[in-house]
Design a protein around this ligand. Structure first.
Ligand code: ADX
Length: 219
């Protein structure tokens, strides 16, 4: 069985954690991995319903996410978490608890977040309508040495995704031989076999012996 691990995305609200989480989930599913996304907004509607945004409640929220992530990781799942998780000490706890842990800092400047303001929350927070709003009236402690830093202001989501996947390969979480499977679930070997058959079929009937069979990229 493949070993599980957790990709822990951290960053301000609106920085792009959910977008990157979804992209990663798709890419890893295509590689035949079992994947679970634990998204902050969704967790707060279910597992953490009723919690607020003071340090104590945020820590409780993050500890719950870390607990679920540790169980799933132990059972071979690739877990992707997407919560602000603003405090270094609690992220450190999560790292210790989970073990196979890749911290990804999704960075974006406050100016850009205020400009984007997809949910309209920054405008309200700046007007003083939302107390304890991360980055405006509540702290965000940047990771000091995350495994990966992606900058959603400078990079496209595809570039950020490629950075994370590159790290996963170089750190050995995704073996270069990790069974790449086709979206329909056909493993690489059978795709190669089909590719070979396609090459053979494309050869003229009597000319087969002139041309050596070549591997082709069938992706
Ligand atoms: S965390 O700090 O506990 O990790 P989490 O990621 O679950 O936060 O929730 C953040 C989301 O809650 C934001 O994306 C935003 O939509 C919403 N939210 C509501 N109030 C706040 C607040 N005071 N600070 C930050 N996010 C808030």
């Amino acid at each position: 069985m493949d070993q599980g691990f957790t990709i822990w995305l951290t960053g301000l609200s609106g920085a792009g954690k959910t977008t990157i989480a979804r992209g990663l989930a798709t890419a890893l599913l295509e590689r035949g991995r079992r994947v679970e996304v634990l998204d902050g907004d969704e967790i707060r509607q279910n597992l953490s319903q009723g919690l607020g945004y003071g340090k104590e409640d945020r820590d409780t929220n993050v500890r719950r996410i870390a607990y679920v992530a540790s169980l799933l990781t132990r059972h071979g799942v690739v877990v992707i978490t997407a919560a602000i998780s603003p405090y270094r000490d609690t992220r450190w706890e999560a790292r210790q608890r989970i073990g196979r842990f890749v911290e990804v800092y999704v960075k974006c400047s406050l100016d850009e977040l205020i400009r984007r303001d997809v949910k309209g929350l920054y405008a309200r927070a700046l007007r003083g309508e939302i107390p304890h709003f991360t980055g405006v009236s509540d702290p965000y402690e940047e990771p000091l040495s995350p495994e990966v830093l992606v900058d959603s202001e400078q990079q496209t989501p595809e570039e950020s995704l490629a950075r994370v996947l590159g790290h996963l390969r170089s750190a050995g979480y995704l073996a270069p031989t990790d069974s790449q499977v086709h979206p329909e679930g056909r493993p690489l070997v059978s795709r190669l076999a089909n590719g070979l058959r396609a090459v053979e079929r494309s050869q003229p009937e009597e000319g087969n012996h002139h041309e050596p069979v070549r591997f082709v990229n069938v992706r």
